[in-house]
Design a protein around this ligand. Sequence first.
Ligand SMILES: [Zn+2]
Ligand SMILES: [Zn+2]
Length: 440
Amino acid sequence: MTPPRVCTLESADSAEALLERYDPGHGTWGYPKKERFWDAVSVAHSLERWGQGVRLAVIDGSFDVAVPSLARQMRVHRPAPTPAAVAHGTAVALLASEVAPQAELLLYEVCDPSGTPVYDEVCRAIEAAVDDGAHIISLSLGSHVPYRTDADLHGGVASAFFSGEPNPRAVEDCPLCRAAEAAHEKGVTVVAAAGNSRDFVLCPARSSAVMGCGFQTGTHQVRPTDDGGSTTEAGADLPTRQSRRVDFTLEQADGLLGTSFATPLIGAFLALLNDRSELPAFLASLNQASAASFAEVLIPSGMMELATVRTLYEQAAGLHPHRHATGDGPCPACSLFGEVLYANYGRFLLNTHQTAAAESLLRIAVEVAPRSPNVIANLAATLWHGSADAPPPERTARLQQAVALYRRALEYTSAPERQATYRTALAHIEALLPPGTTPQ
Ligand SMILES: [Zn+2]
Ligand SMILES: [Zn+2]
């Protein structure tokens, strides 16, 4: 059976509401930019990485190219013969522009006047983007192929998660996935919306050569620990996810509903990286670190061996594509894709009484991901734990550092329950400090 060649724009309904939050005069958005993704973007921007030299293709409905930031960044614009509504495409392109304001935008309009993507036009636009020199292609659309139930068929699920390679067992009759895979084979990174449902992944997001992007609702799942550290669970299979088989999810910001909007944000973030070829290894490491974190929760009940969890963390660390040492400074890629590994492995080492190993890992982690409250709080908790056996002057110094770190963690989190944990920890430590001591 040949699949129906029909595409949909994801989240078309919420584009208008989203655009209402955009101020074209100032080029700014009125939605909250907290949590890991925007922290990582800030880290990249602080290193003067704005996407310069990168061509980012956005394939969507029509675009309002009179909006100043789009006009400024546009390199190619291929308008549809009969334009469709501009809200979705414009919102998507502007989100990309905010993350990578110096990337060159290649804009391809593929919708009919009713706003429905024309399947063959989408395939042609992918080819055109490759010809036009795109480095990254972002597709906030896809084709729903509901009757493919065999998880191994067609790529994109379980073992065929994004690997940077087409799935050799993929079926031959999907021109959309084929077009995306051909782009990938020419060195182009393709990101695509996974779709706004738990139960299916759109083509081409399901191709293992394409990074399927989604949102998870709420702030990402963080388990505060009673000593003011935290573990974080992104990348794992959470019940609140929009789509279960997604390569990477962002925390859902209020009013920013839908995988359509996750996709250009992630695509544009890739324009800020030094080396996009590391992406498959980052995602493999993240998946393994998330698996380790989930397994770790099961240790107290006896359902999981500590040694197994240790092995999972060690494997996650082994999959991580590059190593950092003290003095390396911030790393945008590790801030986004490595935070779960750094924060949770550090926490695990502390929990298993390897305090020195925890401290050395977390000291590197706070340099690499300087705005991650999870990493910062876990280093603070480690210094606090490690202060107990230290001689008095060193003990005071460690506690002072912990106080400074908890204060910094408070700056970078908006979640009330985490703020409360950090404040409680601060009160405990301040009570341990000799009178008159000020934090470092
Ligand atoms: Zn397909
Ligand atoms: Zn790094």
